[in-house]
Write a protein that binds this ligand. Structure first.
Ligand SMILES: Nc1ncnc2c1ncn2[C@@H]1O[C@H](COP(=O)(O)OP(=O)(O)O)[C@@H](O)[C@H]1O
Ligand SMILES: [Mg+2]
Length: 262
């Protein structure tokens, strides 16, 4: 004889038990996904910090090592040039060598700054952005207006570096792809967030297609900007359309400031 059919009440209880079990398993899974996401962000932030430290070290070595040697060489050549003043042929060849050492020194300094401006650690974000805008303008002929809003103060070094890297990449993109004659960089400091906006009035492009494309090789620069901002729980947006220019915006949340001693 088959089992007697379970009472409806028993069946309902069994179903309720199953639902409760599934719910708790679900919650467990969601927590595991969230935990692995947190771990991934921690690791990514660590990798980015290591990369910045490495750049910083190479930048210092270039500046203080090769930079100092080239400065010494330049001084030696200047002295020689002076001593050879009576021998015009020799003096002009020495002058050419001195000019070469000058150019090399300028290039080493520029490379060192591009790798990681020491200024960022020493003076902070605002002066460094102004410097970046000036050198960019000199190099590319594109006008850069820098607008600074909010009271200037230092934020966490990693966050200032992040903003600097976004501006660096967005400016490079504007020069490489937009054909724009002018770019505006706006930095706005608020108590609990740091926002930056880089806008050009150039050719523009289909940004949605780029960001949703499965082809990971394209748009590496744009994706890296977006990912870096998301690692610190910030908001990133890139608005662009053919013929309408491009606006890159990032909002970085800041930790509660320590009590200020006024
Ligand atoms: N400011 C811009 N104006 C026009 N096109 C842009 C701009 N920024 C990005 N793009 C487009 O998006 C693409 C991806 O940019 P990015 O990820 O920085 O890669 P890359 O600069 O190496 O090409 C560019 O190749 C270009 O087509
Ligand atoms: Mg790029």
């Amino acid at each position: 004889m088959s089992d007697a059919p379970a009472e409806p009440r028993d069946r309902i209880e069994r179903i309720a038990e199953q639902v409760a079990r599934i719910k708790s398993e679900n919650a467990h899974l969601v927590e595991r996904v969230a935990e692995s996401e947190r771990r991934f962000r921690r690791i990514s932030r660590g990798v980015l910090r290591l990369q910045e430290e490495e750049r910083s070290r190479i930048s210092r070595d270039l500046h203080d090592g090769i930079g100092q040697l080239l400065t010494a060489l330049k001084i030696q050549l200047e002295l020689l040039e002076h001593e050879a003043a009576g021998f015009s042929d020799l003096a002009s060849r020495i002058a050419a060598a001195r000019e070469l050492s000058d150019t090399s020194l300028a290039e080493v300094r520029q490379l060192s700054h591009i790798l990681r401006p020491q200024m960022l650690d020493e003076l902070g974000l605002e002066p460094t952005l102004r410097w970046l805008a000036r050198t960019f303008q000199k190099r590319t002929g594109i006008d850069v207006e820098v607008v600074l809003e909010g009271r200037e103060r230092r934020a966490d070094a990693d966050l200032e570096t992040l903003v600097y890297r976004i501006v660096q990449e967005a400016l490079t993109n504007a020069a490489r792809h937009s054909g724009a004659r002018a770019v505006t960089v706006t930095l706005c400091r608020e108590r609990r967030k740091l926002s930056v906006r880089i806008a050009d009035r150039g050719t523009g492009f289909d940004a949605d297609a780029l960001l949703s494309a499965s082809d990971e090789d394209r748009g590496f620069g744009v994706r890296a900007m977006r990912d870096r901002v998301e690692f610190v729980d910030g908001r990133f947006s890139l608005r662009s359309a053919p013929g309408e220019g491009t606006v890159v915006e990032a909002e970085i949340p800041l930790p509660e400031p320590a009590k200020e001693t006024e």
